[in-house]
Design a protein around this ligand. Structure first.
Ligand SMILES: NC(=O)C1=CN([C@@H]2O[C@H](COP(=O)(O)OP(=O)(O)OC[C@H]3O[C@@H](n4cnc5c(N)ncnc54)[C@H](O)[C@@H]3O)[C@@H](O)[C@H]2O)[C@H](O)CC1
Ligand code: K
Length: 502
């Protein structure tokens, strides 16, 4: 699903008004009805609503919600800061339509707000949405500071006021700290990035019927991965297939004290459906791998504690995953350098393989095209140099993928896949229980297993991050987020495949 910028959202709005056709006021009514429907499913009429409105269309939504909730028997109070701003026509219309019985408090300064908001109440933020053009100051900033201190549930309409939808918000700006954000039609880019996403809380997308004629044509490099698209990527296994049908993968890594990493990658590659798996480990790993992953074949390096060379000919493998537990010994780096000189099957590079790449510019230049790299932000910035903010990091991601013709999975709460052609795909599965050692090793195994089965690099990245996160979500339902450990991820991978295929 494409993500739109604030400017594109305005275009979608205008296109819908012109081509459906529908009046702008009726479109606002449709958006507000979608909000009310969501709110009424979650809260009963005993819950008091405190609705704060700016003077634009975000405020207009707030007023329409106030009327609709009131008409359905809810206890609603409206608060309007008076800063002399222009009123949008739809705001004015909705102010006229507001039933007399609803209490409206006009606020010129904070002293006008003698207000106790009970913890059981809901605060609705309708100050600003996609029309925000500069950071909030003055009365709006003061009101947001006040609301952010309240115990009541804070819900943002469309996006938290003070947050830019698709650009960095200057540090220190006043931003509504939402527990929940109910956004129209499409998630906003800011929701998916760590610094801005922290203000958004749980977000839900409410369809408001923006025109398909616009949505299907509009170009956006940003997409979110949703279940339908993932389902269409999954290839069913055929009845007359054999293990050769599903590829032979090689996973290379492990070192003294880090054999768990490569062991978990191996488990994950097998659970991802690879036909055959060979694991290359230092001598010390032989017994560990043969015992803990009996399904895998094991070859060892003559060095006891870390890898120092790769087999000359890797062309019998359909994918090679390198990195989990590898360590950063100088002779391991030399082995990688040696490896990159040969004709290679598709590569997946993680962890210490990325650190070795970061430390060696020459090695980076040799990176085989179509490789998949899976850094977390720190590993990524070792490869590219520091990012000023999350948006700059996306620019770095775009130029790195283009320069090296590779796919990078920038790991995070919404892991982001960067592609050589400049697209970004954000994942929507996963939870904070997955912030635990070994999670990334499992992802490497899944990607290696998928790639060996013949999925393209983009398909493998999309399926890999989505299924990895889904396995985490299914595991968390049973184990809880706190107790989730990386080995749960491959244990629940089968259930994730099944759910994704439904
Ligand atoms: N297509 C849709 O998704 C629909 C969205 N709706 C809602 O409309 C808002 C966007 O409304 P808009 O009037 O364009 O902007 P805002 O209400 O966000 O802002 C109003 C106005 O305020 C001025 N302004 C900007 N920044 C500041 C600032 N820092 N301080 C003071 N004033 C500021 C500027 O002139 C803005 O234009 C969207 O979020 C939805 O909630 C529709 O209801 C339905 C269709
Ligand atoms: K808002």
């Amino acid at each position: 699903m494409k993500i739109l910028t604030a400017a594109q959202t305005r275009e979608a709005d205008a296109f819908t008004i012109a081509h459906e056709p529908i009046s702008s006021l009726d479109l606002m009514e449709r958006a507000s009805s979608a909000l009310v429907q969501w709110l009424e499913q979650k809260y009963d009429p005993a819950v008091p609503f405190f609705i704060f409105c700016g003077t634009g269309n975000n405020g207009g939504d707030g007023l329409a919600v106030a009327r609709l909730l009131h008409n359905n028997g809810y206890d609603v109070q409206v608060f309007l800061p008076e800063t002399g701003q222009n009123l949008s026509p739809d705001f004015s219309q909705n102010l006229e339509r507001l039933p007399q019985a609803i209490s409206v408090t006009r606020i010129q300064d904070m002293e006008d707000l003698a207000l106790e908001i009970p913890a059981s109440g809901v605060v609705l933020d309708g100050f600003f949405g996609s029309g925000l053009s500069r950071p909030l100051t003055g009365l709006y900033a003061q009101l947001i500071e006040f609301l952010n201190q309240q115990q009541a549930t804070r819900i943002a309409i469309d996006l938290p006021s003070g947050l830019f939808a698709d650009a960095p918000t200057p540090p220190g700006s006043a931003i509504f700290q939402a527990d929940i954000t109910l956004t129209f039609e499409r998630p906003k880019l800011a929701f998916l990035l760590p610094a801005s996403g922290a203000y958004v809380g749980d977000w839900h997308v409410l369809p408001i019927g923006l025109h398909e004629g616009y949505l299907s044509q509009v170009e956006s490099p940003y997409q979110v991965l949703l279940p339908q698209a993932i389902k269409s990527l999954l290839r069913p296994r055929s009845k007359f297939s054999h293990k050769g049908t599903y590829g032979h993968a090689l996973l290379a890594g492990g070192s003294y004290g880090k054999m768990g990493a490569i062991t978990m990658s191996a488990q994950a590659a097998l659970r991802a459906g690879v036909g055959l798996l060979t694991v290359l480990v230092p001598e010390i790993g032989y017994g560990i791998l043969q015992t803990s992953v009996p399904e895998a074949m094991v070859v060892t390096d003559e060095q006891e504690q870390h890898l120092t060379r790769f087999p000359e000919d890797l062309t019998k493998y359909q994918c090679v995953g390198i990195g989990p537990g590898l360590g950063q010994a100088e002779d391991s780096r030399m082995a990688l350098e040696q490896l990159f000189r040969h004709k290679l099957p598709p590569l997946v590079l993680d962890a210490d393989a990325l650190n070795l790449l970061a430390a060696d510019r020459f090695l980076r230049q040799q990176l085989p095209p179509n490789s998949i790299l899976t850094p977390h932000p720190k590993e990524f910035e070792r490869l590219t140099g520091p990012a000023i903010d999350d948006f700059h990091r996306l620019q770095l991601l775009q130029s790195f993928c283009a320069e090296h013709s590779c796919y990078v999975i920038l790991k995070g709460a919404h892991s982001c896949i960067g592609t050589p052609s400049g697209e970004f795909f954000f994942n929507t599965t996963g939870n904070s229980g997955m912030a635990t050692g070994g999670s990334g090793d499992v992802l490497t195994g899944i990607l290696t297993g998928l790639r060996a089965q013949g999925y393209s690099p983009l398909e493998a990245c999309q399926l890999g991050v989505y299924l990895h996160g889904l396995a985490g979500d299914l595991a968390a339902e049973v184990e809880g987020e706190t107790s989730l450990i990386a080995s749960d991820l491959y244990k629940y991978l089968g259930a994730a495949f099944q759910k994704a295929a439904k």
